[in-house]
Design a protein around this ligand. Structure first.
Ligand code: KE4
Length: 425
């Protein structure tokens, strides 16, 4: 058991003045039943907590740090940018460069609007889709998370009911009655609901590779099926690529699978660890946004010069170095090694992986939707998580999250992780 004195003292002080002691619930380690570690610093693929414990980090700020912590080029870009001021509330050259980089890299994006979080990106994309189509109903998938805007905090309604139920207190039933929730990877279910909503369907929003129920890849034909369905219904297909964008390929899942959505939400890697997110698509749709069109959306710090400097440098490095083959090789080694160790120890498990995104389920599998992911053994996961922490590996503190491999994870780090897994099991 590592020394956690300072983290625990900070946690009890924080809990008096910040709800749950954290500024985002998943950080509280509630689902693993441990006090969270307060992180002091990060460098490369490693982080150090307030008690001086060092960990190999697979959270990477929940996805943004594809280049690892404190990447020297990103820090240099921030240093230069901040000396010219931190924010103007006016257009800047760098925002044009960022928009150009996004439209060059993401196949479906001709025009893009920067925002500050994935929540804003998804919320705004939904409003744009409703404004563009003049329709209200949206379809989302159980186990997919698109941030915490009201109409997306919805869970499947009971039985055959078409409308969804709120997935949080404070969300009026009236708001989510235009949201339909269906199981991921179930094309028949989507077809049936879409036919029920015919003429009222504004959009289908999907994580093209699910990352919020653990990693769940799309079944063959699922994404293309959604594409065809939306075209038939004259509804917009929205890919929430906040996790997958620039992560599984330079052009995200839409490049990897060759399926073109109408709108794309981006974030995480886009900001390189600072708050940048975005949504974009064809000019014909995006021009419905204020101040050109009638769909309102705004943000004081959208396109912030420091955040954009970090994000733009991250994108430039990804385009210059093309790290994807290396990320694939290292993440494959990690996934295969985990499979070997779990099999050696006789522990029931399934490993799902796409590129440098992976998850381990304490479940025999296959895991193709939330209903299956939720059958995994949470106690076993919690025990494994705690032992890995003791053995110097910092995993996402939830069985419904992804492990992220970065360019900063060396082969030695991967082997050390596998050794830690062997000891932990
Ligand atoms: P943010 O508002 O947290 O920046 O992004 C929301 C969001 C949108 N879309 C997808 C696919 C996402 O994964 C997220 C946020 N992901 C969570 C965990 N996977 C971030 C961690 C947290 O909530 O603290």
């Amino acid at each position: 058991m590592k020394n956690t004195v300072k983290s625990e003292a900070l946690f009890s002080e924080a809990a008096e003045i910040i709800p749950g002691g954290v500024n985002s619930p998943v950080r509280a380690f509630k689902s693993v039943g441990l006090p969270p570690r307060f992180i002091k610093s990060g460098k490369g693929c490693r982080i150090v907590d307030e008690d001086g414990n060092e960990f190999i980090d697979y959270v990477g700020s929940w996805g943004p740090l594809i280049l690892g912590h404190a990447n020297p080029e990103v820090l240099e870009a921030l240093d230069v940018a901040m000396r010219n001021g931190t924010s103007f509330g006016a257009p800047t050259r760098r925002e044009v460069e960022m928009a150009r980089a996004i439209t060059d890299m993401v196949p479906s994006v001709e025009m893009v609007r920067l925002v500050n979080s994935g929540t804003e990106a998804a919320m705004s994309a939904i409003r744009l889709a409703r404004g563009y189509t003049g329709r209200d109903t949206i379809i989302k998938f159980s186990g997919c998370y698109h941030g915490h805007s009201d109409s997306l905090l919805a869970r499947a309604g009971s039985g055959a009911a078409t409308f969804a139920l709120p997935d949080s207190l404070g969300v009026p039933g009236s708001v989510v009655q235009n949201t339909v929730v269906v199981p991921y990877n179930d094309l028949q279910a989507v077809e049936a609901k879409a036919n029920e909503c015919a003429g009222r369907l504004a959009a289908v929003i999907v994580e093209p590779i699910a990352g919020n129920m653990g990693v769940v890849p799309p079944k063959d034909g699922f994404l293309q099926g959604l594409r065809d369905l939306c075209t038939r219904h004259e509804a917009l297909l929205i890919f929430d690529e906040v996790i997958t964008g620039f992560r599984v390929a330079a052009g995200g899942a839409q490049e990897l699978y060759g399926v073109i959505p109408d709108l794309t939400c981006l974030g995480k890697v886009l900001g390189g660890g600072l708050p940048v997110a975005a949504f974009g698509g064809p000019r014909s749709v995006m021009e419905h946004l204020a101040p050109v069109g009638e769909v309102y959306q705004a943000g004081t710090l959208s396109g912030n010069p420091l955040a954009v400097a970090a994000g733009l440098t991250t994108l430039k490095i990804l385009r210059r170095d093309d790290p994807y083959p290396e990320l694939e090789r290292k993440a494959a080694r990690l996934a295969d090694g985990i499979h070997e160790v779990f099999t050696e120890k006789g522990v029931v498990h399934t490993v799902n992986r796409v590129g440098s995104l992976l998850s381990v389920f304490f479940h025999e599998g296959p895991v193709t939707c939330y209903e299956e992911a939720s059958l995994a053994d949470r106690r076993a996961f919690s025990a494994f998580f705690g032992r890995m922490l003791d053995n110097g590996v910092y995993l996402a503190p939830s069985p419904f999250e992804a492990w992220f491999v970065s360019t900063a994870h060396s082969d030695r780090d991967i082997e050390a992780t596998l050794e830690a897994a062997r000891k932990s099991l």
